[in-house]
Design a protein around this ligand. Sequence first.
Ligand code: SF4
Length: 480
Amino acid sequence: MSGAAPAFIDFEKYSEHVPASIPAAVQQATNRFVAGRAARAAELPQWEQLRQIGSDIRLHTIENMDVYLTRLEQKVVSAGGYVHWAETAEDAQRIVLQIAKEHKVKKVVKSKSMATEEIHLNRFLELADIEAIETDLGEYIIQLAGTGPSHIIVPAVHLKKEEIAALFSEKLHMDAPTDPVELARIAREVLREKFLNAEMGISGGNFLVAETGTLVMVTNEGNGRMCTTMPDLHVAVVGIDKVIPDWESLTVFLKLLARSATGQKLSTYTQFITGPRREEGEFGPKEFHLILLDNGRSKILKDPVGRDVLKCIRCGACANVCPVYKNVGGFAYGSFISGPIGAILTPQILGTQAARELPFASTLCGACADVCPVKIPIPTILRHLRRRVAEGDEFSLPAMPAPIRTIAGLTSLALAWNWIYRIGARLLPVVNPFFRRDNWLSGMPYPLSRWTKIRPLPPFSARFRQWWNIRSAREKESSR
Ligand code: SF4
């Protein structure tokens, strides 16, 4: 992908990790998830109704986000927690640092969080001389490798066990075996010491239940619980779009999420955190901070087409079925979030100028929309964003030159109004010889010449309706 490197898309960082060929591991893992999802969905006769209910709840929530966020804040505060509002990525970074400084934190353990990927928190804390260690196995591996995640739920999906063994050997100064169980044991041993010494735990969150101010974390490893219960300080960085109204809604999303993501009925751990621990001897941190990250989300809310992206529950199912993702892998998106969801979220968060190629990274086959548990019309949003890139918006100047835009506008007018189309169809045979004479169109000025120099205008043969009638008559004739 080309273009100037924007603030938060580090094309160089990502592109150096794009493998020459996508490892079979990506295809195998995504195929396994696709099969698992299909099997779990087939077990529930009401699966399609569930998707519709999930979609309706998410739409209702984003349309009433102010109400639910205010309720959430009140409940978190009344449970003894602190709520911080971060308008931008920089605000969120600053708030985390401020909390860390107030508590003289030097060591942090983190559980997997796309929101902290989005704000590049690890890099920021490193610059502030704070050690932040990822404790999800996949995230730990990619942190050692110095890359971002290549899949929403399986961050190191692109790496083979031999590559992970080589990485462990190099970074942990040992002779690591290629056995996955052994590799997990090595990581567990290293991380145990990190859990014991950390002064602060940082997490993301899958859902925020406004009804009780509860942070919900859905994981398959025990590291999330360790991050949020062992250190005395827990900071959760969560996008404002993660709010849901109540526990009844949560039951719908818990049914949809694991089935769509990994083909499980339920993830191994579902953790509920409502404020800090109440009494000595109870589990949990002494202090709980919730940072609500906006970072462009309220701007997205204003776009009636684009805002459906905020319904996303980050299951990754769209990437698993996407022919583009499966063939180019996650790093090719050059973004904190890859796959079809990345193609519609990143340009809206960072602006179409920063991520103008992403809406075009799709075949528009629609497989993503077919599997999305909350029915996000991904192809529709992709087309909408392509239009924004072509015509220009508040982030970018039009990518399409003015003459081409005029022609495209006239064409769309003709196709939208039948009478214009009919007049045009009658005029074409009359004006066609004039435009073909001596191929004079090839001398058109740039940028039209890019087309006309190599493509002479063909002779007009027949109007569509004429051609259709002739074809139908022939078919009738041959069927007699
Ligand atoms: S867009 Fe839909 S399928 Fe893709 S991650 Fe979000 S919820 Fe899952």
